[in-house]
Design a binder for this molecule. Structure first.
Ligand SMILES: *Cc1c(COP(=O)(O)O)cnc(C)c1O
Length: 428
């Protein structure tokens, strides 16, 4: 059969029931697995044989979701984690030790910014933040001899800037390091970073993959394309005494990275996704292609409407011709730019809050990327821990409201936004 299209993979990939087995991937709510033979279980411990032995390390329901997202992204394997934050942490730790260094784009999600800029710093991993607006030469100067990776978001949260993945992949590969891309906002339905040279793809599955705001989770996908045997990654190539001197690249070839992520860090830190969350997130992915189309259509209509509204100072949405990302959007997101946009309300912080407080259909929640329309004020919420100076540096303006447009009828969404904008402008 020829390679299936992405919408077919959303529905079908990851689980192939055999004769008489349940059509729907069951929830395997079991911590452990029974074996008949001591040597067989021993071989599992030595990584000489594949199989589940303990649900802190792997689980069949979780594996179904991992296989599906790997297929959607065009990767060779995946590990599903307890959150998006855990996915980023584990992906970094797999190749980065104390005393080593990361280069990251400065417009990333606030939680990732504090994870690498503050928490990992305390563990001895330093980060230099760069801006996509800087010249190649400036970015290359940030790459040090001990730099192990470049990290960026395909579509920044919350500024929705589109990253030139090919450019950053060339820069990373020129210095023999991998490019990690957080692809949470576009999802593989709208953009597959591996096709543009990304090596490792990370997701907060909590957002569009789940899509219904039921489950926190994350995923790491390995492209299998990066050559770890270039002298820079001894943690993957050299012998690991914890597994009797096994070398991950020798034993697992192209899967060295994703195997180490599981058998060292998932094993030791205990951050695998739970079977129940994997079941729900898998259910979400089945309708992902349909939902991303509708989210994108609705968000574009909302962006066009807000752009003309007298109470609005500015709108940022990648598919608007006024967006600084417009050209990159044509290249990387021709099918749509997902449901998140940001808008500056006239009259500053107070009017922005009044706008949010006046919304009726749209709810104020700390979330993005589910079927319901949401609003949030980044400066006083998700990015509150950043200083006012750092907020400006990472693109958070004081009057910015982040909207996550759902799949409701767009006329109802527009009515709600309109009445709240009028309310925010009133003197009451
Ligand atoms: C939400 C989010 C994360 C963190 O994911 P959690 O599931 O909340 O831990 C990481 N990156 C991006 C782009 C996000 O939007």
């Amino acid at each position: 059969m020829k390679k299936q299209q992405i919408d077919t993979l959303c529905v079908q990939a990851g689980y192939e029931p055999k004769n008489g087995e349940p059509r729907i991937a069951p929830i395997v709510q079991s911590t452990t697995y029974k074996y008949d033979n001591a040597d067989e279980l021993g071989a599992l411990f030595d990584l000489k044989k594949d199989g589940h032995m303990y649900s802190r390390i792997s689980n069949p329901t979780v594996a179904n979701l991992e296989n599906k997202v790997a297929a959607l992204e065009g990767g060779i394997g995946a590990v599903a984690t307890s959150s998006g934050q855990a996915a980023t942490l584990l992906a970094i730790l797999t190749i980065c030790n104390c005393g080593e260094h990361i280069v990251a784009l400065n417009n990333i999600y606030g939680g990732t910014f504090t994870l690498i800029g503050s928490t990992l710093k305390k563990f001895g991993i330093e980060t230099t933040f760069v801006s996509a607006a800087q010249d190649d030469a400036v970015i290359e100067r940030a790459i040090l001899p001990n730099t192990k990776l470049i990290l960026g978001e395909s579509l920044g949260n919350p500024g929705v800037e589109v990253l030139d993945i090919e450019r950053f992949s060339s820069l990373a590969h020129k210095h023999s390091i991998p490019l990690f891309i957080d692809n949470t906002f576009p999802t593989p339905v709208l953009l597959r970073p591996i096709e543009y040279g990304a090596d490792i793809v990370i997701h907060s599955a909590t957002k569009y993959l789940d899509g219904h705001a039921t489950s926190v989770g994350g995923i790491i996908v390995d492209s299998g394309k990066f050559d770890w045997n270039n002298g820079k990654f001894p943690h993957l190539t050299d012998e690991d005494p914890n597994y009797h001197g096994l070398s991950y690249t020798k034993a697992f070839g192209k899967s060295a990275f994703i195997t180490k992520a599981r058998v060292v860090f998932i094993r030791d830190l205990g951050t695998l996704m739970t079977p129940f969350n994997a079941f729900l997130i898998n259910l979400g992915t089945e309708t992902l292609a349909l939902r991303m189309e509708r989210h994108s259509q609705n968000a574009l209509k909302v962006a066009e409407f807000l752009q003309e509204h007298p109470q609005v100072e500015w709108v940022s949405y990648p598919s608007l011709p006024s967006s600084p990302s417009y050209d990159l959007t044509q290249k990387y997101l021709p099918k749509g730019a997902a449901g998140v946009l940001s808008v500056g309300i006239k009259g500053g912080v107070e009017k922005s809050k009044k706008f949010i407080n006046s919304l009726q259909l749209t709810s104020l929640v700390v979330h993005v990327g589910d079927i319901r329309t949401h609003a949030l004020h980044p400066a006083s919420m998700t990015h509150r821990q950043l200083s006012a100076q750092d907020q400006i540096k990472v693109g958070i303006k004081p009057n910015m409201v982040r909207l996550s447009i759902g799949i409701e009828n767009v006329e109802d969404i527009l009515d709600d936004l309109n009445q709240a904008l009028q309310e925010s402008a009133s003197r009451k």
